[in-house]
Ligand binder design. Sequence first.
Ligand SMILES: C[S@@+](CC[C@H](N)C(=O)[O-])C[C@H]1O[C@@H](n2cnc3c(N)ncnc32)[C@H](O)[C@@H]1O
Length: 204
Amino acid sequence: MSQPPQNAFAADVNQWSDIPGWFHWREGQQEAVEVFGEGSTFVEVGSYLGRSLCSLADVVRASGRDFTVVGVDTCRGSGEEGLANENAHGPAVEFGGGTFAGLLHRNVIACGFADDVHVFISSSPKAADFFVDGSLAWVHLDARHDYDSVAADVDAWLPKVKAGGWLSGDDYDELLWPGVVAAVRDRLPGAQGWLTAQWRWLKP
Ligand SMILES: C[S@@+](CC[C@H](N)C(=O)[O-])C[C@H]1O[C@@H](n2cnc3c(N)ncnc32)[C@H](O)[C@@H]1O
């Protein structure tokens, strides 16, 4: 996705699809609310401005079932990465004076999920420490995409997923994000491609 102009960050938000982002795994969110039992917890690691996170909350609400939705983000962006060394989140960080936490929270509230979505401002591996091992039904990784970061994310969140749960992630694309593919292959040989450019590992 190309970067929106700075003033786009202040544009009105009424629903998840109004929020800038790169999200394209809504089918996976719909599958999750069908597969997992009520009371399950879903964690998204890397929420940016809340597009995918608010979609998840929307899918949960539409299901009429009770799930806990948590989004984890430093709110300071991923820095330069990818083939073009693009600082894709930089304009949002700058817009917010060094953090886009305010924009993310505003978007969650604007979508009507103030009481349903829990935003955890933290680095990914540190946030994982706050969850009990085997307590999470689904953790979806979409934070920084270099090999070491993805490997660290997998290592941190893997023990937190319950038996029968999912650990998954975005940008499973050999050409665009070779670090993601290599880290997932090394850490989770049983992981498979899922949906469009996602990977998923089912915990035995
Ligand atoms: C690709 S964006 C997430 C996009 C979002 N899931 C969407 O679809 O709209 C990656 C996000 O990961 C966050 N991030 C990068 N490294 C992180 C880390 N170590 N811990 C937590 N968040 C991180 C960045 O701040 C950024 O918001």
